[in-house]
Every structure is written in C-alpha cells, then in structure tokens.
Design a protein around this ligand. Structure first.
Ligand SMILES: *Cc1c(COP(=O)(O)O)cnc(C)c1O
Length: 390
C-alpha cells in the first residue's frame, strides 16, 4: 500500500541500514567506507552512485532523507546537497553547455539570477519572463534554449504560472524543465506530476524548518540523478553532511503539522492586512483572483510566505515600518518557526527596483508559528506607530 505524505515524513527510514530499529535513523558520521577485498572496492567505485565508498558520494543517513524526498515528490530518485544553491548550481553545471540559453519564468530567487549572470562569461545567455513582460512565454523560447527554470509562485511577488502548460510547451521544443518548489514544499505542490522534469529545493526553509541547517535537494528521474551524481554533484562537491541530513529528517517529521499552522496563521494575517488602508496590494496565492482556478488546481495547500505593498513606499517609509516590528524579526531566509520580515528595497534604488517589476513599498513576511494573534498585534502596532508618516 502506498504511504501517505504524513507517513513518509514520519517514518524511520530504511530498516536494512538500521539494525536496532532506532526510531531516529542512525547518523553515519564517517568520511569513507572500507571493503573486505580490493576487488570489492574496485567494483563499488564503478557504481559509486549506489554503493557506499566515500561520503562525497553516498552516505546512509543522507540516503534516508533522499528516499523520503523522492517519495514525497513522487519522483524516482533524489540527491541532496549542502545548500539550495549547491543543488541549483550543480544541476545547471550538469545540463548547460556553452552557447545555451535559459528561460526563467516568474521572479525567481535572486542568487539564481546572479549565478546565471556569472555564467554569461561561459557563453550562457538567459531571458526572464514574467506575466507583465508583454510577450508570451513561447515567444521567449530561442533555438538554443536548453532549460526552462521556474518558481511557482515566485518568492517575492508570488506570481502563478500554468505549470502543465509550461511543461507541455517545453516538451514540444525538447527543452528540459526545472522547478524550485521551496515555497510550497512537496506537501503542497508536486511539480513532477504536472510534467516538470526536475524539482529543486532549499531544505534550509520549511523542510528543515528550524533555521539551524542549510541544505538542498534535486528530485528527478533515476537516469538524470545518476548523470547529476557523476558530474555536477560529485565533482563540484556541495555535500550534505550526515549530521545535517539527520537534522532535516527531524524537520520532516513535523513538516505536515508546521505547514498547516503556517497556512492558517498566514490566512489570518492576510485577512488583517486587507483591513488596512496603508496597504496597496497583497501578494499570496490565496488572494490572487486572476489565477484562482490555477491555484486550486496546482496546490494542495498554501505556505506562510507572502508580500504586500505599502501605499507610500520608498526606502525611508519601508525602513520605518519594518523597524517598528518586533515579533517579525529582520532577516533574510524564511520557512522557520520564527516570523521574519524583509524587503528588496535598498537606499536610493527605487528605479532599479521598479525596472525589475517590484513596487518600492514591497515588504515580505515569513509568517511563523508564534500564533496569528501575536503576529497581527505586532503588525497593527507598526501601522499605528507609523500612521503619521505613511
Ligand atoms: C533560499 C532559497 C534558495 C537557496 O537555498 P540555500 O539553501 O540558501 O542555498 C533557493 N530558492 C529559493 C526560493 C530560496 O528561498
């Protein structure tokens, strides 16, 4: 019988490697694995993606996590990495060749765009498509497009795309599709079931969930993960350690509970923001009327990362509002137990922000687990104390 997502999250892992049936999978804190004979060693080295030789290859603790993530995404195989960017960069280094073009859908994660910008010196070009581009997605495909890279939603403005349609267009043109599913987690969205080829995660956010570990993961077909293993993974060396894998396995055990709580708190925070005259717009799939049919179709639930626009934006006003918050702490990252606030705005950079399609009043909230009442009180206080300015 197929396991439910909850059962996958909470299981002990593979008991073949867990002889005492410990409820917490053992941490194999070792850099290498020895073999009884040199013949066995030579044989295992050839199949290093499936055998235990060296922990820059495989490690039994990391494998427990990989099996869980593959099952949750309904994928064949998974490889874990030392960070989300490790997962993204290693996958790109496996797929891309000089002369290739990458098409980005939605406002994707900033450092991923910085990386593709860096790759222009390796003769790799790119285009960013958003729904405000004034062109169709298909128009942005070039003869040399090798990869379509997307987030649904984008993690700054929460824009929604039609994943099945994007995947179908890509297939017609024989282009690989890759999706960053960090926002929704595999519990709330399963891109592989909608035709996407490769899913990537930052485990640092909801999946780890406690802001104490960095990690990344790639889930795809067995054949792609094998190729990734011997190229982008093993040779670039962005490895997840056994200890950190065990911390992420612990995070997974409460992921279903935490995600339901993030969803409920964010829903109440959004209802509150809707009552405030200082707020010009709210960005979250739950209030995206234009794409509500797609939202219903694509998500099993909605996470707690959202953004909104202050009517009177600009660096000073945004800073004044953010500085008045105390439960929402100021910092990058998101998806932990603690509520966080940030904004893409920098001093004297309104024009740059507008050019990227971001409003100068944009504030992003990661709604944590403290409770909606406390979160709303904090926001209300900040609105009241800055009332005379904004
Ligand atoms: C944080 C993040 C990443 C990168 O993950 P790291 O673990 O910080 O390297 C990638 N995508 C999204 C959407 C993220 O928020």
């Amino acid at each position: 019988m197929e396991l439910t997502d909850e059962e996958i999250c909470m299981s002990d892992g593979d008991n073949k490697g867990n002889p005492y049936h410990a409820v917490a999978p053992p941490i194999y804190q070792t850099s290498l694995f020895t073999k009884p004979t040199f013949e066995a060693f030579a044989e295992d080295q050839v199949h290093e993606n499936e055998r235990h030789v060296y922990s820059r290859g495989t490690n039994p603790t990391v494998e427990v996590l990989e099996q869980k993530l593959a099952s949750l995404e309904r994928g064949e195989a998974c490889k874990c990495f030392g960070s989300g960017m490790g997962a993204i960069s290693s996958t790109w280094m496996t797929i891309l060749r000089p002369g290739d073009h990458v098409l980005f859908l939605n406002h994707t994660y900033g450092p991923a765009l910085q990386l593709i910008e860096h790759l222009s010196s390796f003769d790799i070009s790119y285009t960013v498509w958003t729904k405000d581009s004034g062109r169709s997605m298909e128009d942005c495909i070039q003869r040399n497009t090798a990869l379509i890279y997307m987030e649904n939603p984008g993690t700054m403005k929460m824009e929604i795309i039609d994943i099945e349609k994007a995947a179908a267009i890509a297939k017609e043109h024989s282009i690989t599709t890759m999706m960053d599913n960090t926002w929704a987690t595999p519990l709330f969205q399963k891109p592989l079931t909608m035709g996407v080829d490769i899913v990537v995660h930052s485990l640092t956010k909801y999946i780890g969930g406690h802001s104490d570990v960095l990690g990344g993961a790639v889930i795809a077909s067995r054949s792609f993960i094998k190729k990734l293993f011997f190229h982008g993974y093993q040779l670039f060396g962005s490895v997840l350690s056994a200890i950190e894998a065990s911390m992420v396995i612990r995070g997974l055990r409460t992921l279903p509970l935490r995600m339901r709580n993030h969803e409920s708190n964010a829903g109440q925070v959004i209802s509150f923001l809707q009552t405030r005259s200082e707020v010009k717009a709210i960005h979250h799939p739950s209030v995206n009327d234009e794409a509500s049919a797609l939202v219903d179709q694509q998500f099993y639930g909605l996470s707690g990362l959202l953004s909104f626009e202050l009517k009177d934006g600009g660096f000073e006003n945004v800073a004044r509002f953010i500085n008045e918050l105390s439960l929402f702490r100021i910092g990058t990252s998101w998806g932990g137990f603690e509520s966080l606030v940030t904004s893409p705005i920098k001093p004297a950079n309104e024009e740059g922000l507008l050019r990227q399609g971001f409003d100068p009043g944009l504030v992003r909230l990661s709604v944590g687990l403290e409770g909606a009442l406390q979160q709303i009180q904090d926001l209300e206080g900040a609105f009241e104390r800055t009332r005379h300015y904004v």
